[in-house]
Design a protein around this ligand. Structure first.
Ligand code: NAD
Ligand code: WQD
Length: 342
């Protein structure tokens, strides 16, 4: 589907959604935003328009589980494609609130599929996650490696992929791309858009940023006895603007094949927690205080993507380096010490 199109983006005010909306607007797409702001704020929508230099076609405050509200969104527009980010994403919370996670993540996806089918919209890009690989026994991970989800959040993403496979098998008019992101980090280079965690961050890069800013006293590194070069966990960090660009490029490839396809979105490069701390210190110019504590339950030693499949399918690779992820995260932290509130 190369060329400008009208795209519905769910979860558009969130971290990855907001950056993707900027990328789509800057490339001429008409974008309709839906979010219930359960993990974001309307300020993100203001900033999307400011960064992109033009507003979205429409913005709806709506919950995907509200069938009437979702129906109104579809009745108001003629969508060429949908990008579905809306979900709950905190692994620890999913262990405490599994019903809420299945409801929002799986129920939200089936509600969306129902609305799409009923309104003749059949092209979908779905947010999947490297967490479905679970305790991987080898790296790098290819799309055909087995799924071993180890928490309810990861299982919701795996289940959604199964639902999408089934829908595509039975309803051949559907084209679906499920993108398994590894660890998206960073921020827009303007410093206007970034990751705004509620409360104390779960994820390591926003945590380090708050330590560097003096909002948290020190990083707790969860274990230095993993079978990795320096003993700390290794992840495939990918710049959020590369993830955003990946979605824009995905729209151009939805029609390459009918049915369901799964692709990793990572860089293929692993970075340890210690390497991340050093990179952040270099950027902010001060040491990052840290202590080594016990492993975090459920953590795995190493998760790194094999990005070959997406490169072969689209001729696209994530290009931004770790320094740019860290520089942009630090700029966003400095310019927005209280998130979007200021
Ligand atoms: P986010 O929480 O910042 O964004 C999700 C957005 O969805 C939020 O704005 C939230 O308010 C909205 N939302 C939640 N439930 C909703 C509902 N019922 N109806 C309408 N809106 C709803 O998360 P993110 O980091 O931008 O993640 C986006 C997607 O990518 C999610 O599906 C997540 O599971 C997936 N993902 C994220 C990561 C990551 O590390 N950030 C990694 C892999 C996959
Ligand atoms: C990264 C590394 C930690 C915090 C999560 C989700 C996954 C996906 C991406 C959504 C690990 C270490 C962390 C801290 C630390 N999201 N760490 N101290 O766990 O790889 O992946 O985000 O789909 O599903 O699980 O990311 O940023 O939490 O951790 O030492 O305070 O940093 O042990 O090695 P994770 P993370």
């Amino acid at each position: 589907m190369p060329g400008p199109s009208t795209v519905l983006v769910t979860g558009a005010a969130g971290f990855i959604g907001s950056h993707t909306c900027v990328e789509l607007l800057e490339h001429g797409h008409e974008v309709v935003l839906v979010d219930n702001y359960s993990n974001s704020s309307p300020e993100a929508v203001e900033r999307i328009a400011k960064v992109a230099g033009r507003p979205p076609a429409a913005v709806y405050e709506a919950d995907l589980l509200d069938r009437r509200a979702l129906g109104e969104v579809f009745e108001g527009h003629s969508f060429d494609a949908v990008i579905h980010f809306a979900a709950k994403k905190a692994v620890g919370e999913s262990v405490a609130l599994p019903v809420e996670y299945y409801d929002t993540n799986v129920g939200g996806t089936t509600a969306l599929l129902r609305a799409m089918r009923d309104h003749g919209v059949h092209r979908l890009v779905f947010s999947s996650s490297c967490s479905i690989y679970g305790d991987a026994t080898k790296v790098p991970l290819t799309e055909s490696d087995p799924a071993r989800p180890t928490n309810p959040y990861a299982t919701t993403k795996w289940l959604c992929e199964q639902v999408l496979h089934d829908v595509c098998r039975r309803l051949p008019e559907f084209s679906v791309l499920a993108l398994r992101y590894f660890n998206p980090v960073g921020a827009h280079s303007s410093g206007l858009l970034g990751e705004v965690p509620r409360g104390v961050p779960d994820n390591v890069l926003p945590y380090i940023a708050q330590v560097a800013a003096g909002r948290l006293d020190r990083l707790r590194i969860f274990g230095d006895d993993y079978p990795t070069p320096d003993g700390t966990g290794v992840r495939d960090y990918i710049h959020v603007m590369d993830v955003a660009q990946g979605h824009r490029v995905a729209l151009d490839h939805l029609d390459d094949e009918r049915g369901m396809r799964v692709l990793n979105l990572g860089t293929g490069r692993g970075t340890s927690v210690r390497q991340l701390v050093t990179a952040f210190s270099d950027t902010c110019g001060t040491p990052i205080p840290f202590e080594i504590v016990a492993r975090r339950p459920g953590d795995v030693a190493e998760l790194v993507a094999d990005p070959t499949a997406v490169a072969q399918a689209w001729g696209w690779t994530a290009e931004r380096e770790l320094t740019s992820m860290v520089d942009d995260a630090w700029r966003f932290q400095l310019l927005n010490p209280s998130g979007y509130a200021n």
